[in-house]
Every structure is written in structure tokens, then in C-alpha cells.
Design a protein around this ligand. Structure first.
Ligand SMILES: NC(=O)c1ccc[n+]([C@@H]2O[C@H](COP(=O)([O-])OP(=O)(O)OC[C@H]3O[C@@H](n4cnc5c(N)ncnc54)[C@H](OP(=O)(O)O)[C@@H]3O)[C@@H](O)[C@H]2O)c1
Length: 266
């Protein structure tokens, strides 16, 4: 049952990022790639040729759906016209439950909902996935191995997908916003944009390396930076007094609520 042909329906930003990340793996394992997308104008020499939707659907055993959620209805007639019993569906669509596909696609037995993030372009994606209980383990091995080549992948219960979308999908944007605030502050203190950016880049790299190389709990890492009545403690006191932890959690909670709202539309 190992996949021999991987098909994409929709080949925009995310699909192209994924393709560049795992094309070497596909080549190594002799897996053919078929692509269909609405416009082919962005087709460049380093991408495979585009084919018709019917060819992707007929000839692929694993089919990745990579259109925007609001574009799903435009491809549903073609998706419902084939028998899915011996095919595997991989949906990248944020907010679309697997039940939507299960209820609509004839014979659908093997299906994944996969949520990578934009760090896939540097092979640093935190990808989460869930799948139908009936999905064959060979497909699961294939999908986890494919997405492992783009970073880390974790299986979650589909009921946690809205939170995971907020944490792993939107989370990087919230952190970028925090870094921008730090850059703005540094500039206001007289540093050049270039200096401020360098400082942020190096701080983030150092923090990421600490997290990846040290096994201690994060409060221990914080404590190491603090000295009694010092600068860090002063900043952290303000953080706690003003309940910034609660505010941060609300940012993610708000994103999760929005994901739930969007899911209800399907
Ligand atoms: N971007 C992310 O970071 C991210 C992360 C996780 C999940 N996702 C999910 O990934 C999906 C794709 O997102 P994206 O950012 O890659 O969007 P995108 O760049 O707009 O890509 C969507 C692609 O689908 C094509 N398309 C639209 N209707 C079609 C149709 N009827 N038949 C064939 N192709 C069609 C579009 O063609 P045109 O070029 O003609 O518009 C476009 O190439 C979304 O469902 C999103 O929820 C994205």
C-alpha cells in the first residue's frame, strides 16, 4: 500500500513550500508527483508539469487538498465523483473537519488532516495531524515520514486541532509581533533598525538553542537569568503584577475561538 503517486489539488504558497521541502524524498523513494491548480501561470521550470484534476484524482493514491477552505466547494463535484476506497486524502485546510470529507466522499476510509506551519520552508515546521480511525497504518507511516522531513510532526486528537492551529499555526505570528515590539522599543532607545534586528535575531537564536539543548524546565532557565533585586526580577515583577501571562494566554484563546467559529461553517 506504500504510496506510488502523490497528487496535489491546489498548488499555492503552502503546497509549493511543502513540495520544495520533500521533493528529494519523493525522488529518492521513486514517488511520482501530479499537480493540479487553477492557474498555471506561476508554473516554473523547477516544478513538475501541471495535469488535469481528473488525472490527479484517477492516478494518485495519496491526494493532498491544498486549496483555501472557501475554495473547497469549487472542487467538491470532482472529489465526489471518484471512489475513495483505495485512496488516501490529506487535507491541509484550516478549520475543515475530517467529518466533512467522510460524509461527502464515497468510500473514504483513509484520511488525514495535517496542519504544518510556515517554518516548513526551513524544514522547521511544527506539524500536527489527526486521521480517521479507519486509516491504514501504512498511509500513516508514509505521511509522518513525509512531513518529518519538514520538521517535527505530532499526532493529536482532532478535537484539539483548533487549539493546535492557534498555537502552532498562528503562534509564530504572535511571537513575530512580540519581536517587532522589541525592535520598535530598541529603535525608540536610539538603536538603528539593523542593530535592533541583529539583537532580536541573536536573542531568538540563543533562546531556541537553550530550549533545544537544555532539558531543565523553563522556570529554571528563567531563574538562572535572575539575580535578587536585579533587572530581570524587576521586569518579571511587572509581568506578574499586570497579569501579562493571562493576557498572552487570551491571545491564543482568541485565535482558538476563531478557529472553532470557522470550523462550524463546515
Ligand atoms: N499558508 C499557511 O501557512 C498555511 C498553514 C497551514 C494550513 N494552510 C492551509 O493550506 C491551504 C492553502 O493555503 P495557501 O496559503 O497555500 O493558499 P493559496 O496560496 O491561495 O493556494 C491555494 C491554491 O489553490 C488553487 N485553487 C483554488 N481553487 C482551485 C480549484 N478550483 N482547482 C484547483 N486549484 C484551485 C489556487 O489557485 P490560484 O493560484 O488560481 O488562486 C492556489 O494555487 C489553505 O486551506 C490553508 O488553510 C495554510
Amino acid at each position: 500500500m506504500a504510496a506510488q503517486t502523490l497528487g496535489f489539488i491546489g498548488f499555492g504558497n503552502l503546497a509549493k513550500t511543502l513540495y520544495h521541502g520533500f521533493k528529494d524524498d519523493l525522488f529518492k523513494h521513486n514517488i511520482r508527483l501530479l499537480i493540479n491548480s487553477r492557474s498555471t501561470s506561476a508554473n516554473t521550470s523547477d516544478l513538475p508539469d501541471y495535469v488535469s484534476k481528473n488525472t490527479v484524482l484517477a492516478d494518485s493514491d495519496v491526494i493532498v487538498i491544498a486549496v483555501k477552505p472557501q475554495q473547497l466547494s469549487s472542487i467538491m463535484p470532482e472529489l465526489t465523483a471518484i471512489n475513495w476506497t483505495n485512496k488516501c486524502l490529506v487535507s491541509l485546510l484550516a478549520g475543515v473537519p475530517l467529518a466533512t470529507f467522510k460524509q461527502t466522499l464515497p468510500g473514504l476510509t483513509h484520511a488525514f488532516r495535517v496542519m504544518p506551519n510556515t517554518a516548513a520552508q526551513f524544514k522547521q515546521s511544527m506539524t500536527t495531524y489527526s486521521c480517521l480511525e479507519t486509516t491504514h497504518s501504512d498511509y500513516e507511516m508514509f505521511i509522518t515520514s513525509l512531513f518529518s522531513s519538514l520538521g517535527s510532526i505530532v499526532k493529536i486528537d482532532e478535537s484539539n486541532m483548533d487549539f493546535s492551529t492557534a498555537l502552532c499555526g498562528s503562534g509564530p505570528a504572535f511571537l513575530f509581533q512580540l519581536f517587532q515590539d522589541m525592535i520598535d522599543l530598541a529603535e525608540a532607545e536610539g538603536f538603528s533598525t539593523q542593530q535592533a534586528r541583529l539583537m532580536i535575531n541573536q536573542i531568538v537564536t540563543g533562546v531556541a538553542d537553550s530550549l533545544n539543548n537544555r532539558s531543565e524546565a523553563i522556570p529554571t532557565l528563567i531563574k538562572e537569568i535572575c539575580s535578587p533585586k536585579g533587572t530581570t526580577e524587576a521586569g518579571l515583577d511587572f509581568y506578574q503584577t499586570n497579569k501579562l501571562s493571562d493576557i498572552w494566554k487570551t491571545v491564543f484563546q482568541t485565535a482558538k475561538n476563531r478557529s472553532e467559529e470557522l470550523s462550524k461553517k463546515f
